[in-house]
Ligand binder design. Sequence first.
Ligand code: CA
Length: 227
Amino acid sequence: MKILVVEDEAHVAALIRRGLTESGYEVSVAPDGNTGREMALLHDYDLFMLDVMLPGMNGIELCREIRKAGLKTPVLMLTALGTTENVILGLDNGADDYLVKPFKFAELEARIRALLRRAGADGAKAEMLAIADLEMDLAARIIKRGGREITLTVTEYRLLECLLKNKGRVLSRMELLEKVWGVDFNLATNVVDVYVNYLRRKVDKDFDAKLIHTVTGMGYVLKEGAV
Ligand code: CA
């Protein structure tokens, strides 16, 4: 995992570099915004850590430049205490998370891990969803139950992905509409029922152990065993 740290305070940059290197990351440091921009566009990184206050281009402008160049790499902003307006500005300009200086190193590492996981770059484990003998490979978009591949339509796939990500939790029809179809108004929630039935036919019908359950008056839940 390669991380680019753009930080002008040499001792802070050195501390971050040393700590992250010990944790197995490959760390590059740029001392100002313009150098940071050049490096960001020239090399491949898995994550950017940008200080807000930088000589030349500041961290927020740099973040905007990175996004403008089409890079989707996670961005963690570093900001000084008491400058929360910077944080909002940073997030508005494409940053994914922020950390207020001074910070605990353990917290920095936790944020980095979370961002990398979200970006799907933290190894293959984060890209598999599973329950009982049902598994979904998010990277390859392959679904298997009992080792046998199941073919789903795009909507069925999104619905199953949503159920898997929330396994064990009851999802209301409204919630499913919002998450899977992207609508947040009360438009024919029976579309959810229709698709849950499609999914049942493919995922549960041939198996004794049913995974998709209806919770009367509430919605649906993906879980092992009876509700
Ligand atoms: Ca600074």
